[in-house]
Write a protein that binds this ligand. Structure first.
Ligand code: ATP
Ligand code: MG
Length: 396
């Protein structure tokens, strides 16, 4: 019964001169997310994004149910509603309300509380919002036994929304929440250091939500870590890519570097030295592939490598912006996001992690930069090891 979906955005509307770019980006992303789900034409109409069937016909219930989960992944969308579009004419609006109301009320037991919320941006329309609401409430009420039908302006179970615009009017019952944020692609591409853990997938999600598409780099220590380690990361990356046009995954074997650190450096420094090498390799890949920043799932103080001093020592291995979207989050809050976006059930699976290969039982929580730099000088052909790691990466 619906012939369109109307998408509302919030933050984009506050953009000045760039607003056009953000809207175009959002419309492109919606086209991408809906391709293969339902035929659609995506249009921009004054402050809204508008989806309709290219042949101008109604959508089927199946098509609408397929489009809802896709639009929930469209960063930039605040809310959206499947709707009926009609002419801005009170008779047409009332008739449409009488058509769409019965199936929505059907099957609800006992008393149904109901209200109408009307908005009028077309100031030449002869009725005011309140008058439109009263007209529609009495029309819909006429369809039902008065004992079953109850008007409730504050806590209604069913709300009929009505927007009267210049070009046309809209009626809808259900409003769904989008993810908010900014359309992915409205900021430059970044490279996320993706482990199989809980935190880095959430970090990748959050930068996408702020507009940056992301590629991924993940380090493994094959054959010291099993194939399941990289399989898990591939599954996570594939899931994260449902929020954006495909990002690439680079898999880098860190084992040669880890052996060199084991054989030449002080045991308690291994974790920080691994991490500095990871950053350096990631920076090279980012520059080679046009990514403008690195992203990690680091959270201040969470483990030995994430104390303030160690984060600083790791950070100074490179000369590129590092985004840490969850640096101040509690683990429980990060887990809640991971549950919501669907990465938790993949991350939960226990598989060996590259960082644990030759890991010290008691890693230093405070490695000064000068010490890390001195230790790295003890590694023969350190530059060559990094170069080989970058060159031999596999990209998916
Ligand atoms: P996560 O849950 O993301 O694994 P964590 O809390 O376990 O994070 P660490 O293992 O110390 O923390 O890792 C901190 C960050 O370093 C990760 O969030 C990730 O961005 C990066 N990182 C760690 N291990 C790897 C890896 N094997 N490959 C790529 N990046 C990694
Ligand atoms: Mg980890």
């Amino acid at each position: 019964m619906y012939n369109c979906i109307i998408c509302r955005y919030h933050e984009i509307a506050t953009k000045g001169n760039n607003r056009n770019m953000f809207e175009r980006c959002l419309a492109d992303n919606i086209r991408h997310l809906l391709s293969g789900v339902a035929p659609c034409r995506v249009l921009r109409v004054r402050g809204r994004i508008w989806i309709e069937h290219p042949e101008g016909r109604d959508y089927t219930d199946e098509e609408i149910s397929g489009m809802i989960p896709a639009l929930r992944r469209a960063f930039g969308v605040e809310t959206f509603s499947p709707a009926v579009r009609i002419a801005s004419d009170m008779d047409a609006i009332r008739n449409a309300a009488l058509e769409i109301a019965p199936p929505v009320f059907e099957g609800r037991p006992d008393t149904v509380t109901f209200r109408v919320r009307a908005r009028r941006s077309n100031k030449r329309f002869p009725m005011r919002s309140k008058e439109i609401e009263i007209d529609l409430v009495s029309a819909v009420a006429g369809l039902f036994d008065h004992r079953r039908f109850k008007l409730d302006l504050d806590h209604a179970e069913l709300t009929l929304g009505c927007e009267v615009r210049d070009e046309f009017s809209l009626l809808y019952f259900d409003t769904y929440e989008g993810p908010g944020g900014l359309p992915v692609g409205s900021n430059p591409r970044v490279l996320t250091l993706l482990s199989g853990g809980i935190d880095s997938p959430v970090a990748a999600y959050l930068v996408m939500k702020r507009g940056s598409p992301t590629d991924y780099v993940s380090f493994h220590s094959y054959p010291y870590t099993p194939a399941e380690t990289t399989d898990k990361v591939k599954t996570i990356a594939a899931h994260l890519n449902t929020f954006q046009a495909t990002g690439k995954l680079h898999l880098v074997n860190l084992l040669e570097l880890q052996k060199a650190v084991r054989d030449n450096c002080s045991e308690r420094l291994r974790t920080v030295l691994y991490r500095r090498a990871m950053f350096r390799i990631a920076e090279r890949i980012a520059r080679e592939t046009g990514c403008r920043a690195l992203v990690t799932g680091e959270a201040l103080g969470q483990v030995a490598s994430q104390t303030l001093v160690n984060m600083d020592t790791i950070n100074r291995s490179i000369d590129m912006l590092v985004l840490r979207p969850i640096v101040g989050e509690d683990k429980l809050d990060t887990i809640a996001v991971a549950e919501k976006i669907g990465t938790m059930k993949i991350s939960e699976k226990q598989v060996p992690d590259s960082c644990t290969v030759f890991a010290p039982s008691s890693p230093s929580t405070s490695v000064p930069l000068v010490i890390a730099e001195k230790e790295e000088l003890l590694i023969p052909d350190y530059a060559g090891i990094l170069e080989r790691a970058v060159a031999s990466r596999e990209t998916f």
